[in-house]
Design a protein around this ligand. Structure first.
Ligand code: AMP
Ligand code: ZN
Length: 308
C-alpha cells in the first residue's frame, strides 16, 4: 500500500478511510483532523488560552502535542489521583513530557488535599469511578476559573465517544444523549466550556500518532477500570469495526448530525446553590462538597475510634 499523500510506502493503514499514510503524512493528516474539528465545532480560537487536561495517556499527551504544533496557547492540568503505582507513573510521564518540551503544567495531588481516590472509596464506600469522575469535573472547572482559562480540552477519542453513545442508547438516557457533544458550553458562571478535539480520531490513530511522535505515555489502564462496562462496549464496537470499517465514525457522526439536534437538553442546572462552593446543587451541598465532607467526617470518626 502507498501513502495517499506522497505515494511513498505506507506505514499505517486506516481501513475506515480506505487510506494509507507514511509516517510524516500521517502526522500531518492527524493534526489536520484535529484542526478541522476545532474549527468546525468552534471549540476555541487562537486567542483563547486552553487548559489541556492531561492524564499521562496517549490521547491527552497526543492532544497536547497537536495543539502545540498548531500554535495554540496551552497549559497542562494534571490530577494526581493517588491510585498507587498507576497514578505515580501517570504523573511521572506527564511531568516528563512537559519538562522536556518546556511547557507550563499545573499538577494537583489529590492525596495532598486528603482526597486520594482509594481513601474516598474506602471511607465513603462510593464506587471508585464515580468518585474519580466527581473529582475530575470539580478540579477541571475550579482550576480553569481560578487561572482564567475559558476552556478545558480533554483527550476523549472516537472510541470513548462511541462507547459512551452505545451505553446511552442502550439505556435510552435522553438527557445524557442531549448533552453528548464535542463542545459543551457552560451553563453556569462557575463552569467553563469543555471540548473534545479528538472526538473523530480513533484510539488506534491516537496510539499511532503518539508512537510516530515519540511520546512516552502510560500504557496501563487504570486498575479501577478493569471489568468496566465501557470496556465491554469498546470491545463490541471493535468487533463491529473489524467486519465493517467506519462503523464507529458513522455511529458517532450520524448521531451528532442527525439525532442529537432533535434532542433538546433541559438547559437547567440543579435548582439549588451549594452552600460551600456556590455551584449548582440538588441539596444544600453539591456532589463534590458532599463527597469531601463525608470523607472528612468519616476519617475523623475513624481516628477517634482508633484513639478510644
Ligand atoms: P478517561 O476518563 O480516563 O478516559 O480520560 C478522559 C480524558 O480526561 C483524558 O483524555 C484526559 O484529557 C482527562 N483526564 C483523565 N484523567 C486525568 C487526570 N488524572 N488528570 C488530568 N486529566 C485527566
Ligand atoms: Zn460545592
Amino acid at each position: 500500500m502507498k501513502c495517499k499523500r506522497c505515494k511513498a510506502p505506507a506505514q499505517v493503514e486506516l481501513r475506515q478511510h480506505n487510506a494509507g499514510f507514511c509516517r510524516s503524512c500521517f502526522i500531518f493528516y492527524f493534526q489536520r483532523q484535529v484542526e478541522r474539528a476545532i474549527a468546525k465545532e468552534r471549540m476555541f480560537t487562537p486567542d483563547e488560552a486552553v487548559l489541556v487536561a492531561v492524564s499521562g495517556g496517549k490521547d491527552s499527551l497526543g492532544l497536547w502535542d497537536v495543539l502545540i504544533a498548531l500554535g495554540y496557547r496551552t497549559t497542562g492540568l494534571h490530577l494526581s489521583l493517588g491510585i498507587g503505582e498507576y497514578s505515580d507513573l501517570s504523573t511521572a510521564k506527564t511531568v516528563a513530557f512537559a519538562t522536556q518540551r518546556d511547557l507550563p503544567l499545573i499538577t494537583v495531588s489529590l492525596a495532598d488535599e486528603g482526597l486520594a481516590v482509594p481513601d474516598i472509596t474506602r471511607l465513603t464506600r462510593r464506587p471508585a469511578c464515580s468518585a474519580c469522575g466527581t473529582m475530575k469535573r470539580h478540579y477541571f472547572d475550579q482550576l480553569a476559573i481560578d487561572r482564567g482559562f475559558p476552556v478545558v480540552a480533554t483527550g476523549h477519542n472516537l472510541d470513548d465517544e462511541a462507547a459512551r453513545l452505545l451505553g446511552n442508547v442502550l439505556h435510552w438516557q435522553m438527557e445524557h444523549l442531549a448533552r453528548q457533544q464535542p463542545v459543551l458550553e457552560p451553563t453556569h458562571a462557575r463552569f467553563v466550556r469543555k471540548v473534545k478535539p479528538l472526538y473523530r480520531c480513533s484510539e488506534y490513530e491516537a496510539a499511532v500518532y503518539a508512537f510516530f511522535r515519540g511520546i512516552d505515555y502510560i500504557v496501563d489502564e487504570c486498575p479501577n477500570a478493569a471489568g468496566a462496562t465501557q470496556l465491554v462496549y469498546k470491545d463490541m464496537l471493535n468487533r463491529l469495526e473489524a467486519v465493517s470499517p467506519g462503523s464507529k465514525l458513522i455511529f458517532v457522526q450520524e448521531f451528532l448530525s442527525t439525532a442529537r439536534p432533535a434532542l433538546t437538553p433541559e438547559d437547567r442546572e440543579p435548582p439549588q446553590t451549594c452552600a460551600a462552593c456556590e455551584r449548582p446543587s440538588y441539596g444544600a451541598l453539591c456532589s463534590f462538597c458532599r463527597l469531601v465532607r463525608e470523607t472528612q467526617t468519616r476519617r475523623e470518626r475513624r481516628r477517634a475510634a482508633e484513639r478510644a
